[in-house]
Design a protein around this ligand. Sequence first.
Ligand code: BDP
Length: 328
Amino acid sequence: MLGYRFIGAALAAASFAALPSAGVAQQKMVLKATDVHALGYPTVEAVVRMGAKLEKATKGRLSIQMFPAMQLGGEKEMIEQAQVGALQFARVSSGPLGPVVDEVNVFTLPFMFRDEAHMRKVIDGPIGAEILAKITAHPSAGLVGLAWMDGGTRSVYTKRPIKSPADLKGLKIRMMGNPIFVETMNAMGGTGMSMGFQELYNALKTGVVDGAENNPPSLLTQNHYQVTKFYSLTGHLILPEILLFSKKTWSGMSKADQDLIRKYSREAQFEQRKLWDAFVADSNAKLKAAGVQFVEVDKKVFYDATKPVRDKYGAKYAALMKRVEATK
Ligand code: BDP
């Protein structure tokens, strides 16, 4: 039996150690968190700092153990592990969450936000809160939506400059796992290919794809810039990221602990943003120093080209999209 118990403990979602004669609320829990990015990246750092706060506030009863840098797989896998309670915090892009909770897709439409300030207004305000609540209330997603994080603006990078849809013709561009993104790239003139982030560097290097699209920090930290030297500022996606929690674990926690996690998550949203702005500026400088060429693009052409995608996927959320647009 000892062996069995040992395996059971190793597989357990979070490590629980009940204190003598204590109820659920008093259990010691090590909450597992994961992110595709490495330690020091703003999304990771914000969650690590939150762990320190949680530990302090609960005198060590609650803590966070971070598994960074895709140690637990890509974002699809991270979501699945949160769903079964194999981990607690998953910080993912809105992209791979869209296929799980459809409302999230409103944020994943091309050129949905006018600029980053607009996106921040939306996620910080009532619409952001509503979508988080939709995630939590979803009957089968098994997730709790805790907070938004900033994912900046995504643009295309390839081995040649992209100024118009014609320049993308015949180029295979990696997109995140969400049909909206593949259709977006197709509408932009290229050939969208959905693929996990964990496979991308090799795919770029071996020519399985000709390019990808992302924000400057990802282009830099994933070393994609070593292969693709032209960063064409299409800005087709301003994509919020999200901090999720496993509903399975959540439902076994006390209301007081849930409230504490919610409070620190909201704080993490703003803490990450501050780190993010500095990180983007630094990434841009490093990319330029490494010889990456930033190519100015007439976004209007790509905006017009992607209208069918907004129409197709946005139709059922017309009212919500109007409210997003009206957010000033
Ligand atoms: C990065 C996001 C990360 C995504 C990644 C991707 O921070 O959440 O997994 O893009 O393209 O910008 O897959």
